[in-house]
Design a protein. Structure first.
Length: 456
């Protein structure tokens, strides 16, 4: 932690925040609960969709103290501040609308960034430069050159980083990857990866009358609500007129100004497990070719709704990356249908995993218990947020370090690029560059709207 809590009240007042009130009964450790000076101080930035679930996990963690909430919707920040106060039965949590005021606090150790994707990297950079450790929701961001800048900053400043692909902290996902890495299925030949998409979400974008299609076609420009700082919500994204759908979860997921779409927002989860099982956190496939479909109905959404991409690693392993609408007739031939998953195929059989179950072509494989002489993957204590808090305390590596985030996101971006250009995209992992395709290379960067910047 960055500062002894003895000076907490003085610092908090100087920062314009209400001091954290610690009941006298908890000043000394009781029932294994660390004293306040030994707890990691945590704040949530982004109280709308994914963030509150993470904050609830941190509230359960005896090694952490939630001291602030932040959201561009002022009422959201206030509501979650009240929830924190109710949990601790104190009145000390602070609420912020502007994250820069939050990051100025010297008593704050770490933050979870659960904003729209377009804010993930810029906000993480500012947090790290302010001396905070960061838990960043998936996917990492909207431009790979931004992601590489974040990686450099993390490594230079030795900040603790956790990626929000929480499946690595679930036991049956780790077991699936250990089965692969210990050669139980034989030499790996190919992988199938699939996820939810705009074509399968809330009725599907192409189905007339579906809930998602109604959001897509809600293009009416209206004044922003008084509780929202809309310019700050836009941040580094282009300035656009306000609509209710634009700032909804669907707009944040499916408008290219703010996201790559579900090819990254959902696809990163099963891709992350593919990378883990293949031992490829430090690299990515070198070849991408595919087809896809964008919404062809007038409206707001303009990211991929359907994708079907063939990737190949330098070692010859092939990966088929699909959305569920493409994958369903393929995967249901050998396993029960599920809208997401990762399947590893080897010489001796297959291992398939999703959030509901681990499945294997030979059921006896599931009984295998690995020992100290076998390949053992990082077993995080507790869930993804527990692992993050522990690593903030110990300064050790997290289960999902920045390298896994960067290379997992890279697969999403290069798959999207291959579809958009209609050409095979060849990747040079050493140079971290697309080979001989200047037009495709341009998709790896974005220019942030002034005054926001990425590089120092």
């Amino acid at each position: 932690m960055k500062q002894n809590r003895r000076s907490f009240v003085k610092t908090a007042i100087a920062a314009g925040a209400a001091p954290w009130i610690v009941p006298a009964g908890v000043v000394r450790a009781q029932d294994g609960v660390p004293v306040p000076s030994e707890r990691v101080t945590f704040a949530l930035i982004g109280c709308g969709n994914m963030g509150p679930a993470g904050m609830r996990e941190v509230l359960k963690n005896k090694d952490a103290q939630v001291i602030a909430t932040c959201d561009v919707f002022k009422d959201r920040a206030e509501n979650h501040k009240n929830a924190v106060d109710g949990h601790y039965q104190t009145k000390g949590c602070a609420a912020y609308q502007d994250f820069r005021e939050l990051l100025a606090r010297k008593d704050l150790d770490c933050v979870e960034i659960a904003t729209g994707d377009h804010w993930h990297v810029p906000m993480a950079l500012l947090a790290i430069r302010a001396g905070k450790d960061v838990y960043v929701e998936k996917p990492l961001g909207t431009a790979m050159k931004w992601a590489w800048a974040l990686r450099e900053e993390i490594n230079t400043r030795k900040a603790v980083f956790q990626f929000g692909t929480w499946q690595r902290s679930v036991g049956h996902f780790r077991k699936a990857c250990e089965l692969v890495q210990n050669g139980v299925i034989g030499k790996v030949q190919r992988v199938e990866v699939w996820s939810h998409s705009m074509a399968t979400d809330v009725g599907g974008i192409f189905n007339e009358g579906s809930e998602l299609r109604k959001f897509h076609q809600d293009t009416k420009e209206v004044p922003p609500p008084e509780t929202l700082d809309y310019d700050l919500w836009l941040g580094p994204a282009p300035k656009k007129a306000f609509t209710n759908t634009r700032v909804s979860p669907h707009g944040i997921y499916h408008i290219s100004d703010y996201a790559l779409g579900f090819i990254a927002g959902w696809g990163i989860h099963p891709l992350d497990i593919a990378q883990w099982g293949l031992g490829m956190d430090l690299s990515a496939p070198v070849s991408y070719k595919g087809t896809g479909r964008f919404p062809d109905i007038p409206g707001l959404f303009d990211t991929l709704a359907v994708w079907d991409v063939e990737c190949k690693y330098a070692n010859g392993v092939e990966m088929h990356f699909m959305d569920w609408s493409v994958a369903k007739p393929i995967t249901e031939k050998y396993r029960p249908d599920c809208d997401h998953g990762t399947t590893f195929f080897g010489e001796k059989g297959w291992v398939s995993v999703d959030r509901g179950a681990l499945r294997t072509s030979d059921k006896e494989w599931q009984k295998i218990a690995f020992g100290e002489n076998d390949v053992r993957l990082y077993a995080s204590k507790g869930n993804q947020w527990d692992n993050f808090i522990q690593c903030v305390k110990t300064r050790g590596p997290t289960v999902n370090p920045i390298e896994s985030a960067v290379n997992g996101d890279l697969i999403c971006h290069l798959s999207d690029i291959a579809i958009r250009t209609g050409r095979t995209t060849t990747w040079d992992p050493k140079a971290e560059a697309i080979v001989n395709d200047a037009a495709a290379e341009k998709f790896l960067d974005r220019t942030p709207r002034a005054p926001w910047t990425i590089r120092g």
